[in-house]
Design a protein around this ligand. Structure first.
Ligand code: ARG
Ligand code: ZN
Length: 505
């Protein structure tokens, strides 16, 4: 008898401790609350992302119609207010019919190029948890911001995969890599059509002519790395040596590129296992790749499941692009940049991984590739005017970020020696796993691990708008053959194709 009475009262006591805290947070709306900033503070893209809150999870329930490109959605966003908030923005372009904040209807309006301004019925206290539900619909291909769209329709569906903008066309978000979150993406499509997203396919159910695919990505994920592809795909599955489940998807519509696409992407497990030898254990619990029937030229490191354009496979199998996008899973996805100016950490290291792969395939050593990049760009080439460490928004995906970026990494290796270099290559993804880091953070880390002052070195290789003087050893070799022409490693053609990804807009 006593125990029966005691247990509820203990429970009641602990509930009383728990409830007042959150009730206080929600109950007393702060009176001096102010609007969250319409941008997260990225100098390259001042309006991208938002201030005042931090998202921990997105739950997207979507219904997509391939024939009309109509998308209906309900997004449930779990966030924490990081200031007393009277109002906050989401980045979004589709038509919103209702927004609820902590259960109560909120008012909303659009502003700027892609801002959805949400005013909750009661302002939100700093530190309190916030649940936002957004109901929406629209035809994504009819929407644009700054005059461009990155929603790509295909003959049998659509694809959302672009950088840095991709989310605006299909879910409301705090669209910046600084605010990473986990994702559940549920998509209803007509039977016979598949929906591909990140992570693990939790379930797939067919009912009344429609199939719902439920995907889960359970590690922090940047919004631009969150992907959706709808279409008719052939799906293959496998497991890596380390036991990670692989799901790949190939549009049935790839024509002559089908074989080469498959001959490349089917090597995903092998490549990820090989990369883990340099970068440490693969950071996620799902893996794969998908090749929709797009006309886009680039590939993208969408988390756990990169997007590949069929064009990457026009000359036969292309393992370089697989290596590149999978290297990003460590450099870019698990460790994300803090600001878009830090893009060198993503693209330089993903490119350097291609150089390591080239060497292991006997297609040219990393030093031969570095020499080729160095020698094939004369001092007056505009190539040297782009600073990989701060290229500017317009040059974010310039060849210099990739090739000069990888050259800087080979120069670092020559400067500090292989032991420190490979410790850094493997240590960095662990040091900042699932977080964010900047080029400045990398410089400090490299100095710490190598025990060498490197400020001048990084200034020369990452922040100078002129061709750096050849490192001593290379200069000596060149004196021996003064009229030497650049020697083009066999892997170059593939590497160049991966890098010649002009920014679509
Ligand atoms: N991170 C991608 C890659 O290295 C580049 C994406 C470029 N974006 C674009 N719209 N072309 O493969
Ligand atoms: Zn890349």
């Amino acid at each position: 008898m006593h125990r029966r009475l005691i247990v509820p009262s203990v429970l009641a006591a602990s509930l009383m401790l728990a409830i007042p805290a959150s009730a206080a947070a929600r109950g007393s709306a702060p009176s001096d609350a102010t609007p969250g900033a319409p941008g997260i503070g990225d100098p390259y893209y001042p309006a991208y992302g938002n201030g005042g809150y931090d998202v921990s999870h997105y739950d997207l329930k979507l219904k997509y119609e391939p024939s009309t490109d109509r998308l209906d959605g309900t997004a449930t966003i779990l966030a924490t207010a990081t200031q007393d908030l009277s109002r906050f923005d989401l980045d979004f372009l589709l038509d919103v019919s209702e927004v609820r904040v902590n259960g109560a209807k909120a008012t909303f309006a659009t502003s700027g190029q892609h801002e959805l301004e949400v005013t909750p019925a009661r302002s939100l206290a700093k530190g309190s948890s916030v649940t936002v539900v957004v109901r929406y619909s629209g035809v994504p291909s009819t929407k644009s911001a700054y005059g461009f769209s990155t929603w790509h329709r295909t003959p049998d569906g659509a694809v959302a995969a672009d950088e840095p903008e991709s989310a605006w066309w299909w879910f409301p978000s705090n669209d910046h890599p600084l605010d990473k979150a986990t994702f559940d993406v549920s998509v209803s499509v007509p039977d016979g059509t598949q929906a591909i997203s990140n992570g693990v396919l939790q379930s797939q159910r067919s009912k009344l002519g429609r199939t719902t695919f439920n995907w889960r990505s359970n590690k922090p994920q940047a919004t631009y790395l969150t992907t959706l592809a709808v279409g008719k795909f052939d799906i293959t599955t496998d497991t890596t040596a380390a036991g990670v489940p692989i799901v790949n998807a190939y549009s049935k519509d790839l024509g002559d590129n089908y074989g080469a696409a498959r001959a490349s992407v089917e090597r995903t497990g092998e490549v990820a296992d090989w990369l883990s030898g340099y970068f440490g254990p693969y950071p996620f619990s799902a893996l794969g790749g998908y090749v929709p029937n797009t006309t886009t030229g680039y590939a993208l490191e969408t988390q756990t499941r990169p997007f590949y354009s069929p064009k990457q496979f026009a000359n036969g199998a292309n393992t370089s692009v697989i290596v590149h996008e999978l290297a990003h899973q460590w450099y870019g996805d698990s460790v994300s940049l803090k600001g878009w100016k830090d893009i060198w950490i993503n693209e330089g290291f993903a490119s350097y991984a291609e150089w390591l792969w080239s060497e292991s395939e006997g297609q040219g050593t990393t030093q031969q590739l570095a020499d080729y990049v160095y020698d094939s760009h004369p001092a007056d080439d505009a190539f040297w005017t782009v600073k990989p460490g701060d290229p500017g928004a317009d040059n974010q995906f310039d060849a210099a970020v990739y090739d000069r970026g990888a050259l800087a990494i080979q120069a670092l290796r020559n400067k500090i020696g292989d032991t420190a270099f490979f410790r850094i290559l493997k240590g960095w993804p662990t040091e900042h796993a699932y977080g964010n880091a900047s080029v400045a953070d990398f410089e400090k880390y490299a100095e710490r691990i190598s025990g060498k002052p490197l400020a001048e070195f990084f200034d020369t290789w990452l922040f100078t708008t002129a061709k750096p003087a050849a490192p001593a050893a290379a200069a000596k070799a060149r004196i021996a053959r003064p009229d030497a022409k650049p020697v083009r490693p066999r892997s170059w053609e593939q590497i160049e194709r991966t890098h010649r990804t002009v920014h679509a807009h």
